[in-house]
Design a protein around this ligand. Sequence first.
Ligand SMILES: Nc1ncnc2c1ncn2[C@@H]1O[C@H](COP(=O)(O)OP(=O)(O)OP(=O)(O)O)[C@@H](O)[C@H]1O
Length: 908
Amino acid sequence: MHIRGNVISLLYYFLGVVIFLAVFLDSWGKVLSLGSMSSIAISYGESGPVFCGLKADGSHLVTCYGSNYAIMYGTPPHFPFQGLTAGNGFVCGLLSDSNQPYCWGSSNFVQMGVPQPIVKGSEYLEISAGDHHLCGLRKPLMGNQRNTSLVDCWGYNMTRNYVFDGQIQSISAGSEFNCGLFSQNRSVFCWGDETSSRVISLIPKELRLQKIAAGGFHVCGILEGINSRAICWGRSLDFDKEISLQYSANLNVDLAPTDPMLSVVGGRFHACGIKSYDHGVVCWGYHVETSTPPPSGIKLFEIAAGDYFTCGILVETSLLPVCWGAGFPASLPVAVSPGLCKSRPCEPGFYAFNNVTAPCRSPGSRICFPCSGGCPAEMYLKAECSPTSDRLCEYNCSSCISADCFSNCSKAASGKKHGKFWSFQLPVIVAEIAFAVFLVSVVSLTSMLYVRYRLRNCRCPGKSFKSKRNSGTGSFHTENGKVRPDLDELKIRRAKMFTYEELEKATGGFKEESQVGKGSFSCVFKGVLKDGTVVAVKRAIMSSDMKKNSKEFHTELDLLSRLNHAHLLNLLGYCEEGGERLLVYEFMANGSLHQHLHGKNNALKEQLDWVRRVTIAVQAARGIEYLHGYACPPVIHRDIKSSNILIDEEHNARVADFGLSLLGPANSSSPLAELPAGTLGYLDPEYYRLHYLTTKSDVYSFGVLLLEILSGRKAIDMQYEEGNVVEWAVPLIKAGDIQAILDPILKQPSDLEALRRIANIASKCVRMRGKERPSMDKVTTALERALALLMGSPSNEQPILPTEVVLGSSRMHKKSSQRSSNRSASETDVADTEDQRFEFRAPSWITFPSVTSSQRRKSSVSDADVEGKNLESRNLGNGTNPGDGLRCLEEEIGPASPQEQLFLQHNF
Ligand SMILES: Nc1ncnc2c1ncn2[C@@H]1O[C@H](COP(=O)(O)OP(=O)(O)OP(=O)(O)O)[C@@H](O)[C@H]1O
């Protein structure tokens, strides 16, 4: 008896050791399944939400849906990822091959691509993004450092390597802070800025958590043990009110539920979780007006939150995502992986996901889900959780209370009694399903057509946005005594207001040595902000014409804080104090394209080889295409030139200087009758002579820029006999003498075909009549093909992979239906061969809800404008036949009228 007792206690001891080892090993390897990194991620912010997910086909490639074009353009189509995370305006993935983060989209603070600085060769287990930063938990150290964890962070106020004592199991980033969960004692710690959230001081120190998820200004976790309910702590943004604190009773928000949870996520002011016993979803915290609740009865595998909405992956074989909250389509037509793949068997308490699709690539890897806990009321445990399946609950028919239970039990009973039930009922059920499918299809089709119709007539939200912005900074409004965040107001957090003193300090008192450039109305200085960010500060020259200064300043400020594209220069902030007007931008380490092409330093010129030059042209074209086609309302830059194409450290181009830009009409076909402004040599003759401004004016200037890039000559250079680059180069191009125009400083490529194509594009861009010039999207596509050719892509039919790799972004695919039937001959010219190769994506009303259709229409309308009656009715009120005026233009580029001369003197 005694010996048996000893044997049993020995067995228990042995079992204990095994369990301990399992838990210990688990804490090393389970990080991927527990942190904020997930198979899905949602980016949010001013440019709109984007949902990204790892495809369910085992490729580990990412697919994204949403309205932030910088993210959509930049989604890397060929990189396999282990997991995803997203912040304000950007998405990051942990690369499968290198275990390093790769980000895309745009952020003023986190570098896109592999963020820098990164300790060379560092490999990460998990990454997590906050509003403007990204953190990565490094793989565990070995030897006597194994009790130390390293976390690297990049971005706003965070760029540092952090060293922590103890093994960290997972990290999760909030708005401006981060939290980590220690694997040994399961305690949580947070660091960063807690001014508005107080997440650090409110940490429930005594609690042991199995996982954590940070939200905007709060953190939620799941308690360890059987009572695995969610607890949250934190405070709201501006008000001294606690949000979602389970300890507090007098709140205007829903409190965390007491149900056991499998998973939790944090949004900006809300949190959601997946319930443990039925995979049902429950949300708590603030509700934003107009937000929708989670669809009733849904069951989820995985869940992720944006700022005001949440998405999850349905517990169905389809693995489709479903979203709710504010500002996102409810369902997305893409199957995504329901979790992260791991290469080891699932630990105790987890089971391996089994589905017809195989979301994990390597044969031995699998997705492990935590076993559900307990059974709902009226149910009993039929089978325990096994390594291959979750626990099974069945209705206890003797204690039915709910309708579900009754119907289930009666079905089962009648199933037993009437073995031939199905043979009778099946045809009826099939007919019912077929009818339901038919009904759903008709309803979906009708609503799709209706949505498309509505979008076609959509107006840009520009005005309302502006008026809201001007209406003050209050971030909340009170309704029925409840304090709620106002969605639009909360979104506006982009351009920071600096004091003059801060910028004076940053630039060393605007000393001459800091000056990096000078424009007509401003000087540009290099500066370093308090947090170490290197910036360019553009200071308006104090002139007698304060009104003009101020107008340009506000145009640029207004435009840049609305626009967001990888190839537009990012505005970081501004200062308006007394007579001083200052704009703060990202610093572009390689100055302007003008400095490279026309500076005295030949080495700098040679540095821009043909591939770099064409890459810069493609990137600039993308930036302009965005302004014309996707910005809302559309923007005409009006001053495209080489000194406004800036080049960053990695020789990527950004279009800058929006001082002269005009917002185009969003829903009107009328070209703007603006008085000409711009730079001599780049100015569209149609605009200059007839004051006829459309997006094609930018196309003209871009054509001049292309000629400049090819020839290395300035737009106007009086040292040559033929001083105007257009008048010199176009006849040579038309004669087929491409070699004669190529920059002699560069070695000519063995195959001139790519450059010949670019020269042809340029000559079409600088056609006298706007309607005969191609639109920017056609130009971009043609340039991309040329770049692929230049880089040795074997065939034009290839997807533009080399371009994507170089540019770090991918072009948006076009819909053939959007090809305008009334487009001009020239557009067909440039894109004639390309058109058949346009690829299809999801319907544009899903991908780009508020912009695409109206903008696409706009671009075709602007063509029609120039061709059609509009011109007649609105153009020359003096009775001159506009057609004649245009026809004569090519021949009559003579001296300007005295009035025009006045403009020129004034503007240049
Ligand atoms: N963000 C930046 N980073 C680095 N250099 C910059 C930056 N912005 C401007 N510069 C430099 O300052 C120069 C002047 O820029 P600015 O936009 O004031 O004038 P411009 O476009 O050259 O002329 P204009 O104002 O007459 O059109 C640029 O050509 C460039 O060399």
